[in-house]
Design a protein. Structure first.
Length: 416
């Protein structure tokens, strides 16, 4: 009977995890295929770099208004629409590639916009679907799926390119997203009805201002929650900035060959999958506060080892450590976020703060690149890693305060 109850409890979460897995695998194939297609067309690394710039730009363009839509529409239906819309856009990518590079950038920008909108939408839906006591386990499985996609995705892309072309990889991803939308159709409708925007009120500047004040009001009343959110996000803003110099660091500082660099990345992949697997085993025994604070600190320690490295072996050790603890930090933070942010404003809060995060990534990456240009690549990486460690130690200090234990329990009250 207990086993039957467990199967019933995990029926829909398992279907949702399947949809996430299919979507993540397709995303890796899409990313690699698109990079190859643009580089083959232009022969310019700058043209490929534009693809990466479009990601935070799309987030900035989308997230200041999308939360107002997400919180007022049916999340399951919106997820289905976004998956199918992305699939349709992807079908046009090979055609736009032969027509115009600018048109290709435009369609990629649309895809990135819908992806930026999908993330907070799915977060709200998951929070509504998964009971609070199951969230930590579910989030650990998401980390495991993400890790598997990190390893399997590029390998699958390589296999597809051997038997076909990058264009085939794009089409495969379109099919994967379409299947993800169909899988979402099997999920329960956790909201009995879609709510129109404020009883017929249209999306407007006035509505955005109203929602902005709602988010700011919650932030002022829940200082500790938003402080943890901001510190955690800041740590991972620094990881994005430092990662932008990863290839240059490997080449210029460590003097690695292409194959050695590929092996270094593989070691990081091994760290991710091992960490995620152990995380799923021990997730029930580790406090959320420790997962966030200690996990983030050890991610930063891994970056410190990597930043000060002067050989392949030391850099590999740093890569493995930082990758290993990523799953713990992410699982803890997702669970903390779901337990402490009210469901009815989660879309607006997530979207607005992701907008801020995308802005900080662009600024910080620019600063790190400037430091590399003025001083050296290693100086820039060391500076970024030290800032990251400083932020993570502060985060850990706040996480482990016994007076704040209530924020790390299921069904916690959202109080200051």
């Amino acid at each position: 009977m207990k086993f039957k109850n467990m199967l019933e409890a995990w029926k829909f979460p398992s279907i949702l995890l399947l949809g996430i897995g299919v979507s993540n695998l397709g995303a890796w194939v899409y990313l690699i295929a698109l990079n190859l297609m643009v580089f083959e067309l232009t022969g310019s690394p700058l043209a490929v770099a534009v693809l990466y710039i479009l990601i935070p730009l799309a987030t900035m363009f989308t997230n200041f208004w999308s939360g107002s839509v997400i919180d007022r529409l049916n999340k399951r239906n919106l997820m289905i629409f976004l998956d199918i819309f992305r699939a349709l856009c992807l079908f046009f990518v090979p055609w736009f590639l032969d027509t115009s590079l600018l048109l290709l950038y435009f369609i990629v920008f649309l895809i990135n916009m819908t992806t930026s909108m999908f993330s907070p939408t799915s977060m709200v839906y998951i929070t509504k679907l998964i009971p609070s006591k199951q969230r930590k386990r579910f989030n650990s499985l998401i980390s495991l799926i993400d890790s598997g996609a990190f390893l399997i995705g590029p390998a699958l892309a390589g296999l597809l390119f051997i038997i076909g072309t990058p264009e085939l990889g794009i089409i495969i991803n379109a099919i994967a997203l379409f299947l993800s939308g169909l899988i979402t159709l099997l999920m329960p409708n956790v909201e009995k009805q879609s709510k129109a925007i404020d009883n017929g009120e249209k999306l407007s500047i006035q509505l955005l201002k109203k929602d902005f004040h709602i988010v700011m009001s919650f932030s002022r009343k829940s200082v500790y929650i938003m402080l943890v959110y901001f510190l955690f996000s800041s740590v991972f803003v620094m990881t994005a900035a430092v990662d932008s110099l990863e290839a240059a660091f490997a080449k210029e500082v460590l003097s690695l060959s292409d194959s050695d660099y590929g092996f270094l990345v593989s070691i990081a992949g091994a760290g991710i999958i091992v960490g995620a697997f152990i995380n799923t085993i021990f997730v029930k025994k580790i406090a959320i506060s420790i997962m966030i604070g200690v996990g983030s600190t050890f991610v930063s320690v891994g970056y410190i080892i990597y930043a000060f490295s002067n050989s392949f072996n030391i850099a590999a050790l740093g890569f493995f450590i930082l990758a290993f603890f990523l799953a713990f930090a992410n699982t803890g933070f997702l669970t903390f976020y779901q337990n402490n942010i009210p469901e009815d404003v989660m879309g607006r809060i997530g979207s607005l703060y992701e907008f801020v995060e995308a802005t900080l990534i662009i600024i910080t990456t620019g600063i790190i690149a400037l430091l590399a240009q003025i001083f050296s690549i290693q100086f820039a990486v060391i500076t970024g890693a030290l800032v990251m460690l400083f932020l993570s130690v502060i985060l850990c200090t706040f996480n482990l305060r016994s007076s704040k234990r209530k924020y790390y329990q299921p069904n916690t009250d959202m109080v200051n």
